[in-house]
Design a binder for this molecule. Sequence first.
Ligand code: GDP
Ligand code: MG
Length: 370
Amino acid sequence: PETITVQELASRMAARSGEVIKTLMKMGVMATINQTIDADTAELVVTEFGHNIKRVSEADVEIGLKGEEDAPEVLVPRSPVVTVMGHVDHGKTSLLDAIRTTDVAAREAGGITQHIGAYQVTVSNGRKITFIDTPGHEAFTAMRARGATVTDVVVLVVAADDGVMPQTIEAIRHAQAAQVPMIVAINKIDRADANPDRVRTELLQHGIVVEKLGGEVLDVEVSAVKRTNIEKLEELILLQADLLDLKSNPQRPAEGVVIEAKLERGRGAVATVLIQRGTLRMGDVFVTGSEWGRARLLLDDRGEKIEVATPGMPVEVLGLNGVPLAGDDFSVVENESRARDVTVFRTRRRRDQVQAAGQRGTVEEMLSQI
Ligand code: GDP
Ligand code: MG
């Protein structure tokens, strides 16, 4: 994982180490000057110091890969992308399963079958929500380490019988560092020893003030197992999405992020891509990380063949020449020769960076813009 020492972080911000240590302490992290902290925590500190931070990903600007900004009039609403986080055994997987069963479209199609690293549910009013189906902080941080901001909303699952635990706090920090709004799902309320108010009070101690206690963080009591209040949770997600006013231009070459990728026997390199802008079509040539390909086959989250994928849709893409990494960006380009040029450039650039910066390359890079 990416790390940086307290001293190095302080010097990069031209701040006193003591101030950094004090800020860390306020965040509940005890660290000495020579200790290392992870990139997310570092980013949070940087934000606390009032600096803007931008993680450097690929040399997209240099090579002009990312398309220019869209004019406001071509933007249309897109569905929110949600990541579920929380302490182990608090019910992340159960909640994702429960949510999947609310999918109106899947029910109509006769059941929920295959799923990839993300899925989209259609809620009763016809609106859609995309869930990243790789719960846990690792996926979240791995993607952010590559500069990918995938998630619009974090659902923080806290078991009502267990309360705030170390990974709950970690999840809060990640969401805060990424500046992603949080919705608290107080789970397992069916249990006899459930104490949702205790969860709210404990969250308060970590700076999370839920609505019931007069704050602004949306919260809902759920039971993933009994399927209680799952629709209510979805409503809150859509409410939060409305506040964020999420929009995207579907009328342009596709851009997105790799959620997961692997080599599969008989299928070759396969990537699950979340489309963020534009429309991906069969036959499109694309670049992703240091790999490129031509979309030979597109499958939706139920394994059905599709011709196009639009913003907010997770899609399985076949036709890659290699396996990209989770969090790698994905961009459609004009033709194969352009795709080759970009990947050659990126491969060389990545190698140079690694040589220049040594092991801490990515952190150094990330902090170079403070
Ligand atoms: P994860 O580690 O956060 O993904 O948690 P899981 O979804 O695997 O759940 C851990 C355990 O808690 C499992 O035994 C679940 O059956 C149980 N569990 C999850 N949600 C609920 C709930 O709403 N009520 C009760 N009683 N048990 C739950
Ligand atoms: Mg799980």
